[in-house]
Design a protein around this ligand. Structure first.
Ligand SMILES: [Zn+2]
Ligand SMILES: [Zn+2]
Length: 385
């Protein structure tokens, strides 16, 4: 089908996207009748924006009603294929949230995740493969049959969905996410219950998904652990008690030879409690963990859930929570990176000693006053990368 002649406004929309001119695009979109239009290559504005990897433009177009599943392109690339090729994970996530189908294939039979993997954009592969449609969560917020209340309080849907969509499964990152998403900390029992049901659902039927079943089980184990810590302490009526801080410090406390024994044990126990012990993924994980000199359990589980990433050299991670490409670093030693002050604060009891040693190479060690308040002590110890 030859594309219909574009009017001047429509032509300018494509030009504005090409130049990443957001203010101009915003104006043009208020004038345009429809954003689901095609250029001479039968590509939509959304497909162009996705290919350029510009998340603001993608969001703007989606807000205006751009359909992520329209596909007239001669090689049947969808907006998600282009997003995967761009390497921008936020773009992929926005498209998926807007209903982009991850199963659509192009003319050579490849999905968006496969194309992203083909060009080495492994973060996009992970985001696409970990995506959970919102309706899968909303299902649990609707009263079923004889129930008097749903499994999941409806106001938690959004936050819970965000929590289970997390790619980084480091226990401290998950704990911080539970703390950071309103409502989760107060409904841990319901959340654990829903995750258990979601895990079982993934293993039912012909299209079972062992990876997602393992992920949901692990997240449920995590939430349950926090819930137990909190219940045990509640009886003591300790008002200052912070479950996330206590848990994180346990996880981060180094054992013999600086090995994170507690974290390793925590993850091994989560795996041991996985209810489907016959499945291939479970056996693979157990085999890796049982070998001589096994890698850290977190690495084994991350590889099982997110896939092996091939060669990713020099990728920096937060020393506390494993988040990739953190934006800050310790200003004293400049050797250790963090997401933010909160991550630095949680890790300070460990990093404190190493910091003095590491900074010797850079500066003379400054003598600093004996501070009793840790937050004061590290106040000026965080700078941008
Ligand atoms: Zn962090
Ligand atoms: Zn330092």
């Amino acid at each position: 089908m030859p594309p219909k002649e574009l009017n001047p406004t429509e032509k300018k929309i494509f030009e504005a996207i090409e130049k990443n001119d957001i203010p101009l695009l915003r104006t043009l979109l208020t004038e345009a009748k429809d954003v689901n239009i095609f250029d001479e290559n039968l590509m939509t504005p959304l497909q162009h924006a996705a290919y350029k990897g510009n998340k603001e433009v993608v969001q703007l177009l989606l807000d205006q009603g751009a359909d992520p599943n329209i596909c007239e392109h001669e090689h049947s690339y969808t907006a998600l294929h282009f997003g995967g090729l761009s390497g921008n994970v936020d773009v992929c996530n926005l498209l998926l949230l807007a209903g982009a189908k991850s199963t659509s294939v192009n003319t050579v039979g490849r999905t968006a995740a496969q194309m992203a993997g083909f060009v080495g954009n492994h973060s996009c592969v992970i985001v696409i493969n970990n995506f959970i449609p919102k309706k899968d969560v909303e299902y649990y917020s609707i009263i079923q049959g004889q129930q008097t209340k749903p499994y999941l309080p409806p106001f938690l849907c959004e936050g819970f969905h965000k929590f289970i969509s997390t790619v980084n499964i480091h226990p401290v990152r998950l704990a911080l996410n539970i703390q950071g998403i309103p409502g989760l900390l107060d409904h841990m029992d319901e959340i654990k219950n829903v995750l258990e049901m979601m895990c079982k659902k993934q293993m039912k039927g012909r299209e079972s998904n062992e990876v997602m079943a393992m992920k949901f089980h692990y997240l449920g184990f995590m939430v349950d652990s926090l819930s137990k810590i909190r219940k045990n302490r509640k009886e003591d009526d300790d008002k200052k008690f912070d479950v996330i801080e206590l848990f994180s410090k346990k996880i981060l406390k180094p054992g013999k030879d600086n090995y994170l024994d507690f974290m390793d044990g925590f993850i091994r126990e989560a795996v041991r409690e996985f209810p489907f012990t016959d499945c291939t993924l479970f056996r693979q994980i157990v085999t890796s963990l049982a070998g001589k000199d096994p890698p850290p359990a977190l690495n084994v589980l991350t590889a099982a859930i997110n896939g092996h990433r091939g060669f990713v050299d020099n990728i920096s991670v937060c020393h506390t929570c494993g988040e990739e490409k953190p934006s800050k670093k310790c200003s004293k030693c400049k050797a250790i990176q963090y997401c933010d002050r909160n991550c630095q604060r949680l890790d300070w009891f460990v990093h404190k000693k190493a910091c003095a040693r590491l900074s010797q190479g850079i500066n003379e060690i400054e003598t600093k006053p004996d501070a009793t308040d840790i937050s004061n002590e590290i106040q000026n110890l965080l700078i941008n990368n």
